[in-house]
Design a protein around this ligand. Sequence first.
Ligand code: IMP
Ligand code: MG
Length: 188
Amino acid sequence: MSQIDYRIKKVLFDQATLEKCIKELANWVNETYKNSKNLIIVGLLKGCLPFLAQLIKDVTVDFVLDCMITSSYDGKDRSSGNVKITLDLQNNIADKDVLIVEDIVDSARTMTKVVSLLKSRNPKSLKVLTLLDKPSGRLVEFKQDNFGFEIGKDDFVVGFGFDWEEKMRQLPYIGLLTDKEINKHKKH
Ligand code: IMP
Ligand code: MG
C-alpha cells in the first residue's frame, strides 16, 4: 500500500478489504433488486462518494442514480441533531424502489430524518445500505437493511469518504486519527 497519512494512528480497513466487502454488498443489491422494475439509488453526499462509486461498478441490475445533501455535523465531530436537507432529489420516487446509500449510521439522527422524509413521498419500498455501522452511537433507534463493517464506540474514522473538518475524504483506506491530531482540534 502507498504511504499512510501521518495523521493516521491505525488503519482499520485497507483498500483491498474495502473493495472485497463492497463487492459483496453489490451482490446483495443485485439479489435484493433482481425483480425490481424501478430502482433509484440515492447517495447521501458527500460521505457516500467513494463507497457509492465503488459499489455501482458491480451493480448489474438497472437503476437510476440520484443524490441528496444533508448536513448534521456543523463541521465538527459530533452530530448536532440539527439535520438539514441542503440538496433534494431530482427524481419523483413515488412507486419506486429506493435504496439509500450512506457512509455510516452513528446517532441515526440523519438517517431517521431522511427515511421519514422519503417515506412521506410514497416509494414502493425503501431500504438503507451503509458502509459502516456504529451501533453504540445511537441516540435514536435505527437498523439499516445491510452494512459492511461495525466500528466501536470510540472510533472516529477518517478516509474513504469520512472527513476530518471536511478534509481527508480522499484516503483510499479507513483509519483512526492520532491523539495529537484530535487534540489540535480541541484547542481551537
Ligand atoms: P448520525 O446522524 O450521528 O448517524 O451521523 C451522520 C453523519 O455523521 C454520517 O453520515 C457521517 O457523515 C458523520 N459521521 C458519523 N461518524 C463519523 C466518523 O466516525 N467519522 C466521520 N464522520 C462521521
Ligand atoms: Mg454523511
